[in-house]
Design a protein around this ligand. Structure first.
Ligand code: ZN
Length: 512
């Protein structure tokens, strides 16, 4: 089966047509950077979040969750550095007034990396290369800083003291609650605190559909370790043999290709500097692969010197090959004790914890902060699942059964035979207590299969004339179109096994 590369715009069209994602307030012309999720989209999104929480919180002893507020005391963002430094460099056209992100403008025009360039560097490059407005071709003004936080006013009075921000990241709410969570959950280092929730960034040019949005959701962990034991990763053996595509700073510098390597090789060659990084990179990568994404579409890329943030010692991105290039899914950086120290200083609150071994107060280090945008994960799974099947002449959305928005479709073979429809309806009523299901009796059976394939429905159950006589029905697999015949009374059990990954052929008698 051939897999044509879908563009991001074609994916957006598909998502709208099938009820996954709609442009927000489209009846008023839409608003850039905001999207709504339709009935299939919300199920998929919820499944992604549920699987993430299950893997990284529920099934682990060392990580607990919180759900913080979107609006916080403005001091949070002063302490974190966002009020000062969470900015992009912008530049306006002198004639038409159109606003550009100066660094991306330079990057696109000159085909260079602009990460780490100062505002002066950017200004110089624009002048030297005579870069003009992309719309009208006129001269551009002077680049300036633009803060990406959305601000609002809290309370009935609007003044400078009532200004608050919609959180631009979930991380800081983990730091402000750090001490309480650690004490309540009696967490001992190393440990993590996780959160899933919305964040807001006033992006200058939101683009690429769900990739760069102004309102989005994050699934984030801050993972804390003892400051004197930054490399004692107790879980490293679990991932030593795990292989992934590696693109180190050195490989990038020497213009080499990425290379498939095992974590143990990356560590022994000191490409990945700390075991914790190796561990978390492998784990996050594996999460995608376990949910059906192809390992070949991912790589881990080390930041080159210029890209490193003010707080980071070493940063790796987990990247995915989108139709518009390799892009960051999540950045795993070592934030050290930067954030906790900032909040201690600004709040005058002691956020240190007591170390039983040394009987001393310590400030833990954040060795890693795996932070995954929910919508970016959504796009990854959609791109990897999307298949056009030539033989069937329709799209087959091969989402992992755990992610499929609707698990089962129940179809009466014909719609004009009351007892047959009732039998199908009864089967559907039983199944929908267990899983998201649909009941579909409109159009030919072939048309209904095609509709189900396009929506990613994992299995379909067809009730036919024979069912009235022998209480059996046909189960069809979305991925293979293979069919088996089973008794209605066994339906729940067999579908349960099929959704758990068992082969359909092993669960019942095959039919031609
Ligand atoms: Zn212009």
């Amino acid at each position: 089966m051939e897999k044509p590369k879908l563009t991001i715009d074609e994916m957006a069209t598909f998502c709208k047509r099938k009820g996954f994602v709609y442009p927000n307030s489209e009846i008023y012309g839409g608003i850039a950077g905001f999207y709504d999720f339709g009935h299939l989209g919300v199920e998929l999104k919820n499944n992604i979040k549920k699987e993430w929480w299950k893997t990284f919180v529920m099934q682990r002893d060392d990580i607990v969750g919180i759900d913080g507020s979107i609006i916080n005391h403005p001091m949070v963002w002063k302490a974190s550095g966002h009020v000062e430094g969470f900015t992009d460099v912008i530049i306006d056209c002198k004639k038409c007034g159109l606003r550009f992100r100066a660094d991306t403008l330079v990057a696109d025009k000159l085909n260079i990396q602009t990460a780490g360039l100062s505002i002066e560097d950017i200004s110089k490059k624009i002048k030297e290369n005579k870069i003009k407005c992309q719309k009208c071709g006129s001269e551009l003004g002077i680049p300036k800083q633009f803060n990406l936080m959305f601000s609002t006013n809290v309370g009935p009075m609007q003044s400078s003291s009532s200004v608050a921000y919609l959180r631009p990241e979930t991380a800081q709410i983990i730091f402000t609650n750090f001490k309480l969570v650690q004490e309540n959950a009696r967490l001992k280092l190393p440990f993590g605190i996780a959160q899933v929730g919305k964040s807001f960034r006033n992006e200058i040019s939101p683009r690429e559909f769900l990739f760069r949005m102004r309102e989005f959701e994050q699934m984030e962990i801050e993972y804390f370790v003892h400051p004197e034991k930054p490399d004692e990763c107790v879980f490293i053996d679990e991932v030593m043999d795990y292989e992934l595509n590696v693109y180190s700073a050195e490989m990038q510098k020497q213009n080499k290709k990425m290379q498939k390597m095992a974590i143990k090789e990356c560590l022994s060659k000191k490409i990945i500097k700390t075991r914790w990084h190796g561990y978390w990179l492998a784990l996050m990568h594996r999460w995608f692969v376990d949910l059906g994404a192809s390992s070949e579409h991912f790589r881990i890329r080390q930041h080159v010197k210029d890209e490193l943030s003010h707080y980071a010692l070493d940063t790796w991105d987990l990247e995915y090959e989108f139709p518009f290039g390799w892009k960051e899914l999540q950045g795993l950086s070592n934030r050290t004790d930067f954030d906790l120290k900032q909040h201690m200083e600004h709040s005058k609150t002691d956020l240190s914890i007591f170390d039983e071994d040394t009987k001393k107060k310590i400030i833990p280090h954040v060795i890693c902060e795996p932070s995954q945008g929910v919508e970016r994960a959504f796009l990854v799974f959609m791109f990897d699942a999307y298949n056009y099947d030539k033989a069937r002449e329709n799209v087959v959305l091969k989402l992992h059964p755990k992610l499929a928005p609707v698990k089962i479709g129940v179809f009466p073979l014909v719609s004009n035979k009351a007892d047959l429809v009732k039998k199908a309806r009864d089967a559907y009523d039983g199944l929908k207590k267990e899983w998201p299901c649909v009941f579909d009796l409109s159009g030919s059976i072939g048309r209904r299969y095609a509709r189900a394939d396009e929506s990613g429905i994992y299995a379909t159950v067809t009730v036919d004339f024979e069912s009235l006589e022998d209480e059996s029905v046909t189960i069809r697999s979305r991925d293979t179109t293979e069919q088996i015949r089973v008794k209605i009374k066994d339906l729940k059990e067999i579908l349960g096994k099929f959704l758990d990954g068992e082969k359909l052929g092993k669960l019942g008698k095959g039919v031609e």
